[in-house]
Design a binder for this molecule. Structure first.
Ligand code: COA
Length: 330
């Protein structure tokens, strides 16, 4: 089997136009703009309304990434949609493939909550590095607003909707410098979006469960503790694997859940705050979309330059967490 490297060669992002500010939230639940700002760093989030879909957001982000990579949809061999909120329970990646006209590509969904983009990046890399495929499109997209209890002030302040995408290609030099992925199902109850059905008897003695999903349930303090412990740890391991030190890192790009988590992780790793990529103030926690949206913003603003070393880490429900360190561009 052939073994090559990979390069991340294009990015794109899309968010719905409607914004919900902290001031709006004060009209909905017992909270204050100061409380939300101080505890999370979030000031507004974009919300998808019923007229739009995850597929549309993801397709828009994907087209931008394909254009930046100077490719056509027909050049894509593999599409992975990292999401926990597909429009179709059977998966939405195929609808995106069709919308793009990427008819050569095999497309499937991958669910790892807020770690989805990192898990997806590593999955794409495996297909590319074995030589199975040459060009992959990875989209992280979520519309968690569908599953938030908008009367629960502990969770409704955190989440927003959006999609981000990258194009990854096989490359003679490997720009994926290291990665680590982890899961711990014993802590699943800390953050969940559970199916909740009621029994429906079909015939005597034969019943099925039918229903819907319950809203997001979270123990904020436990998730906070998990993140500030596991994220520095996984980044340190990945740096070691990549034979790098923190001084080699140009950008720290964490899942955008909470500004306090980002600052705490940076402090623990002794990474200066000017290297921390953050846009959580404007988007909130967009789950699998947060890392590629922030990446795309910094690339388009010219801050991230070709060859820059980006240390990324995703963490969230599952519980899942992981890290990938890569060089931007070819
Ligand atoms: N507005 C005002 N008060 C609120 C509030 C809100 N939106 N939400 C909770 N509170 C109250 C609580 O009821 C509690 O009051 P009490 O002391 O009278 O019981 C008090 O604020 C402190 O609550 P606590 O849960 O200890 O707050 P916190 O400092 O841990 O902040 C989070 C809460 C959710 C911001 C924080 O725990 C967090 O960010 N956790 C990580 C969540 C996360 O990132 N999830 C996604 C991971 S992918």
């Amino acid at each position: 089997m052939q073994h090559t490297g990979i390069a991340v060669v294009g990015s794109g992002s899309a968010v719905p136009p409607t914004t919900l500010t902290n001031a709006h939230l004060c009209q909905m639940v017992d909270t204050s703009e100061e409380w939300i700002g101080e505890r999370t760093g979030i000031h507004q989030r974009h919300l998808n309304d019923g007229r739009s879909s995850l597929t549309e957001l993801a397709t828009k982000a994907a087209l931008e990434a394909i254009t930046m990579a100077k490719l056509q949809p027909m050049d894509i061999d593999l599409i992975i949609l990292a999401t926990s909120t597909a429009d179709d329970m059977f998966g939405s990646a195929s609808s995106i493939q069709f919308a793009l006209g990427a008819t050569r590509a095999v497309a499937f969904d991958l669910t790892a909550a807020c770690s989805g983009f990192i898990f997806g990046l590593v999955t794409c890399a495996q297909f590319l590095q074995t030589g199975t495929y040459g060009t992959a499109l990875l989209i992280g997209g979520d519309v968690l607003s569908r599953w938030v209890d908008w009367s629960d002030r502990r969770t409704c302040i955190l989440f927003g909707d959006g999609a981000g995408a990258v194009v990854i290609q096989s490359h003679p030099v490997n720009h994926l410098l290291g990665f680590e992925l982890h899961s711990d199902g014993s802590q699943n109850k800390s953050l969940s979006l559970k199916y909740g059905g009621t029994d429906h008897e079909l015939l005597e003695g034969i019943a099925v469960s039918q229903g819907n999903y319950k809203p997001i349930d979270m123990n904020g303090q436990e998730v906070y503790r998990f993140a500030v412990r596991r994220v520095p740890e996984v980044l340190e391991k990945t740096l070691l694997r990549a034979n790098l030190t923190v001084d080699d890192v140009d950008w720290l790009l964490l899942h955008q859940a909470n500004q306090r988590i980002m600052v705490a992780v940076a402090e623990r790793l002794h990474i200066p705050i000017h290297k921390v990529i953050s846009n959580v103030a404007r988007y909130g926690n967009t789950s699998a979309a947060s890392i590629p949206i922030a990446l795309d913003e910094f690339v388009r603003e010219g801050k991230i330059k070709t060859g820059d070393v980006i240390a990324t880490s995703g963490f969230g429900a599952g519980l899942t967490w992981g890290s990938a360190i890569f060089r931007w561009g070819t």
